[in-house]
Design a protein around this ligand. Sequence first.
Ligand code: ISE
Length: 335
Amino acid sequence: MIRIGVIGCGAIGKDHIRRLMDLVPGCTVVACSDYFVEAAKEVTKKYPDVKVYENPNDLIAAQEVDAVMITSIDSTHAAYVMEALKYGKQIFCEKPLALTAAECEEIMKAEMAHGKRLVQVGFMRRYDRGYAEMKRIITSGELGAPLMIHAAHRNVSQGDGFQTDMGITNVAIHELDICRWLLGDEYESAQVLKVRQSSLSTRGYDNPQIVLLETKSGARIDVEVQVADGYGYDIQCQVVCEKGTVNLPEPYTVYKRANATYQVPILTDWKDRFIEAYDIELTDWVNSLNQNGVPTGPSSWDGYAACVAADALIKSRGTGQFLKVEMIEKPEMYK
Ligand code: ISE
């Protein structure tokens, strides 16, 4: 039975606590913490045996915590991962692993000192059935080599404090992971383009943005990033191969024919779009810890690879140039 301490009881933190307590076998949540202690106390209304820690570092150190789940704000992820590595705890860190590649390198160094993997990064789209089937088809070679990916990541809105670079580090970080995973490739160069500002997002950050990537094999990727699209939460992905295309399916839903219209609802909450993928992801993580004592999902290297591309994108902003994505040699432990 894996005893989990959760740092961050906001949107995704609460949702993960629910699935760990009510759905995922072989684990239980024994502790939680949040910058706003009231948010942590709210958890205990439904799960009274969960202990609230006002200081997340005390939760990490607690004897009764075997594994730490980090669902706090992005800028705190790296520090909590490093603190948990001091105690050799198992760690599930929601994306992004860190805000820079340098922080990810520090994490990999600290993790490797333990001689085994301890960190899993929350790139849940790899567990989505649609993306998983896309990868199976691409890897089978039945459509020939993958040449391009056209993707769109469209949000209805973002919370207060959102900034232009979060369009990359918080939003497009999903595509930075899923595209390299689908292609089995690494990035060669990257460029982010500013687009005419949408009147729906006038709070001081660029929206939309376009992410352009080239991979080591020469494949080209374009990702439209929107954080105020005016209509719904809409994730699109098409991989163009030599002999055909493979496309992310629309999420399961019913549709209506009424009043001379054909009506298909579009989700608005990102937690709902990949709800099954989150369930599979956390079940797989807990099963791996119970069966093998090590995580088998996205590693610190995967967190690093997404971050190093994000760094290049952010540096390219305003230059009109593709910048090289400079990666370190992949350490043995992550091969
Ligand atoms: C959020 O943190 C997520 O991870 C969602 O998957 C993403 O679509 C959204 O843009 C992020 O803010």
